[in-house]
Design a protein around this ligand. Structure first.
Ligand SMILES: O=P(O)(O)OC[C@H]1O[C@](O)(COP(=O)(O)O)[C@@H](O)[C@@H]1O
Ligand SMILES: [Mg+2]
Ligand SMILES: [Mg+2]
Length: 359
């Protein structure tokens, strides 16, 4: 594997030898995405100096208040990718509908779907945020792309990745041949390959979940977390640590670096939503990254990458990370669905589960 002074372009040239379909438009599209992420990294790093913190004063299609950086990051993706001539259409968390490339622009055969800024609640407190992207092939008419063209299972992704704007800015990319991490060298303005062939440790003692939602969880998730909390004295016979950054990019990155399991599971907080995270531009690209690194990604009941999307902003439950832990969670879901799960108490509150039959 290449290392040292390998930038993203050189890396892609190597990948094209393996898979000629990645030549031409594809690698130029990735270069456009890289440019978008570098621009966003620059704004994030200047923070208050660039006047980019705080609310934009608008809501996105999902009724969420947009931050200035959500809008700016979205504009950066549009600016760098819309004119490249490699796309038939784009779609984003921050745009209600897909954006077909206008007839006045050059067009190509790919679709780009992205979360321009993930972990928005962390922007104003100077913690890690990121951008997530997924590249699909447009199977319909590239002159007249529709939302239906984007509704492809995650297995069809040609590439997926994210940029993390942390203490160092990194780009993590999979083109279907493992997962590779590049660190932005600000002196030369390039992402250099620093973390080739990332692998998710199969076992872990670390979990990440927003425990303020505990009362809304389903029993299998409560069972799993209760067992982690019981530590050495419980079923698992080992102590666990917990992390929650509230930025999926940062959680996934930590899991790639040292293992762990991340959960934003189905809950009853808002029964109209089957999950918090969005399938096309959060769950699918991150599932591809995690699975390409040897981990697993599931809703608890189905592999995320196998889901047939139904709409652009569809939400799904997400459980991903170290293989052994995700498999355990999948087993707990199936035990529960077959009526075979065990009753349990919650160490968090010392009470029996909301979902149990006890009064
Ligand atoms: O506010 P909570 O419940 O901690 O949710 C945090 C989750 O929401 C997200 O921030 C959603 O993404 P956006 O910031 O792109 O809307 C995830 O990154 C993160 O895992
Ligand atoms: Mg997000
Ligand atoms: Mg976002």
């Amino acid at each position: 594997m290449l290392f040292g002074r390998t930038n993203v372009n050189k890396f892609l040239v190597e990948e094209q030898r393996r898979n000629p379909a990645l030549a031409g438009d594809f690698s130029m599209l990735v270069s456009d995405i890289v440019r978008s992420c570098k621009t966003i990294a620059q704004s994030v790093s200047r923070g208050a100096l660039a006047g980019v913190l705080g609310d934009a004063g608008s809501d996105n299609v999902q009724g969420e208040a947009q931050k200035k950086l959500d809008v700016l990051a979205n504009d950066s993706f549009l600016h760098h990718c819309e004119w490249g001539g490699h796309l038939a259409a784009l779609a984003s968390e921050e745009m209600d509908e897909i954006l077909p490339i206008p007839a006045t622009h050059p067009r190509g055969a790919y679709l780009l779907v992205f979360d321009p800024l993930d972990g928005s609640s962390n922007i104003d407190v100077n913690l890690s945020v990121g951008s997530i992207f997924s590249i699909l092939r447009c199977r319909g008419d590239i002159k007249n792309p529709t939302e239906a063209d984007f509704l492809q299972p995650g297995t069809q992704q040609v590439a997926a990745g994210y940029a993390i704007y942390g203490p160092a800015t990194m780009l993590v990319l999979s083109v279907g041949n493992g997962v590779h991490g590049f660190t932005l060298d600000r002196e030369i303005g390039e992402f250099l390959l620093t973390h080739p062939d990332l692998k998710v440790a199969p076992a872990t003692r670390e979990f990440a979940i927003n425990t303020s939602n505990e009362r809304f969880w389903e029993p299998p998730v409560r069972r799993y977390v209760d067992e982690c909390l019981a530590g050495k004295t419980g079923e698992r016979g080992k102590d666990f640590n917990m992390r929650w950054i509230a930025s999926m990019v940062a959680e996934v990155h930590r899991i790639l670096m040292r293992g762990g399991v991340f959960m934003y599971p189905r809950d009853t907080k808002d029964p109209s939503k089957p999950g918090r995270l969005r399938l096309l531009y959060e769950a699918n690209p991150m599932a591809m990254i995690i699975e390409q690194a040897g981990g697993r990604a599931s809703t608890g009941r189905q592999d995320i990458l196998q889901l047939q999307p139904e709409s652009l902003h569809q939400r799904v439950p997400v459980i991903l990370g170290s293989r052994e832990e995700v498999e355990r969670l999948v087993r707990y879901h199936s035990d529960y669905d077959r009526g075979e799960d065990k009753p349990f108490t919650s160490p968090l509150f010392g009470t029996r589960s909301l979902f149990s039959n006890d009064s």
